[in-house]
Design a protein around this ligand. Structure first.
Ligand code: SF4
Length: 385
């Protein structure tokens, strides 16, 4: 919108299309009041924020057009963010932070973190479009999250939804033929704006209505990250989360194999939050079909697993330094010796003649146990889950 009247003589002010673009130009209160009479309230968009660069840029590009943007971040239980690398003691390259919150702080944007653990079970256990390379139901997952954003938008009176999707970036959910599936199945239809590839898509409602300027959106496609990196540089963004590892553990082959093993051992596809958190921690070995060991990989993981001692039979190494080992399953007294011989392999007594443990049963009863550690070739590869 262009303004008429005495302030039109001010070239900078006359060029502004609404009072949001006057931020920093106008301090004169009566003038602001006059402008606001001509300008509707700012449009409000909700952006899906994963913590990665694409969703950060998508929100920023729309924010830069004077739209009020708030972020949504969904906690499924499978998020990579701030879990494993927050626990491990070893020095990590990745900073120990929640990247979605960090993005919100960088953009000066309110972030709503929404727990979808229970609802997400249906998405993961019965995906209509199946799984990707591992146990990632990306297409169903995207439709679910955009659908949740649509519900949120309706409840909170927002105008449209932003995602950081790029055509051809991901093999399952971000293909030319699957982007319309997400828009349709989520119920968002053309309220869904993908600012990074909008120029390759039919104009959405926010573009047609002039809430955002299509000319200032982008036409990125393909797997290359260079256009996003160049755009980040234009905005002066030097630091951002690297995409390695993706946004969730379901894309990880090793994690998927542990989850399949869990379902197989239970005889059904079922999980609770503790189950899926524990799959992120420690080495997992299944020497017998009816029990599995979770062996901490460092002192940080041992401390974390200590929180689960009340719920699992476990082994604490007493004669040497070594990790805590949880035992999951219907473990009988006779299974403890094999479990202890395996656990002994991962402590400082791995070459000793004997390693001692305090063995605690699931019912809390205890006994002391001394065993000969297994040698590496006595631990078959297929015991590792
Ligand atoms: S990687 Fe995970 S969170 Fe991301 S779309 Fe796929 S299933 Fe959903």
């Amino acid at each position: 919108m262009h303004y008429t009247g005495w302030f039109q003589e001010q070239p900078q002010l006359a060029a502004a299309r609404c009072h949001h673009e006057l931020s920093g130009l106008v301090e004169f209160v009566p003038m602001k009041r006059a402008l606001n009479e001509h300008c509707p309230a700012p449009r409000r968009a909700v952006a899906l924020i994963s913590g990665g660069l694409d969703s950060m840029l998508a929100a920023l590009v729309v924010q830069a057009q004077g739209v009020h943007v708030e972020g949504l971040n969904f906690f499924t239980g499978f998020c990579v963010e701030g879990h494993t690398h927050a626990i491990r003691s070893t020095r990590q390259k990745m900073p120990r932070r929640n990247n979605a919150l960090w993005v919100a702080e960088q953009l000066g944007m309110r972030l709503h973190i929404i727990d979808v653990i229970e609802e997400y079970k249906d998405v993961l256990l019965k995906p209509r479009h199946g799984y990707g390379a591992n146990l990632n139901p990306c297409l169903d997952c995207k439709s679910f999250m955009v659908g949740k954003a649509r519900q949120w938008l309706e409840q909170n009176g927002f105008d449209f939804i932003i995602t950081g999707e790029v055509v051809g970036q991901r093999p399952m959910s971000q293909r030319r033929d699957t982007l319309p599936v997400v828009a349709r199945e989520s119920g968002a239809h053309d309220l869904l704006l993908r600012p990074l590839c909008a120029r390759l898509q039919p104009p959405t409602l926010p573009e047609r209505e002039g809430w955002v300027d299509r000319e200032r959106l982008y036409g990125f496609s393909g797997r290359s990250r260079k256009p996003q990196m160049a755009l980040a540089a234009e905005y002066g963004i030097e630091e951002y989360a690297q995409p390695a590892g993706g946004c969730c553990f379901l894309t990880d082959a090793s994690y998927a194999s542990k989850l399949r093993d869990l379902w197989q051992a239970r005889g059904e596809k079922r999980y609770e939050l503790d189950d899926i958190m524990l799959l992120k921690v420690g080495r997992h070995l299944r020497p017998r079909p009816h029990f599995k060991l979770i062996v901490a990989r460092d002192a940080g993981e041992t401390r974390y697993l200590q929180g689960y001692r009340g719920h699992f039979a476990h082994l604490e190494m007493t004669s040497h330094g070594g990790p805590l080992t949880l035992i999951e399953g219907e473990v009988a007294a006779g299974d403890f010796e094999l479990a202890a011989r395996i656990a002994a392999r991962f402590g400082q007594g791995r070459n000793a003649d004997s390693v001692s443990f305090r063995a605690v049963m699931a019912d809390g009863s205890e006994r002391l146990l001394s065993v000969v550690p297994l040698s590496p070739n006595q631990v078959p590869r297929d015991w590792y889950v």
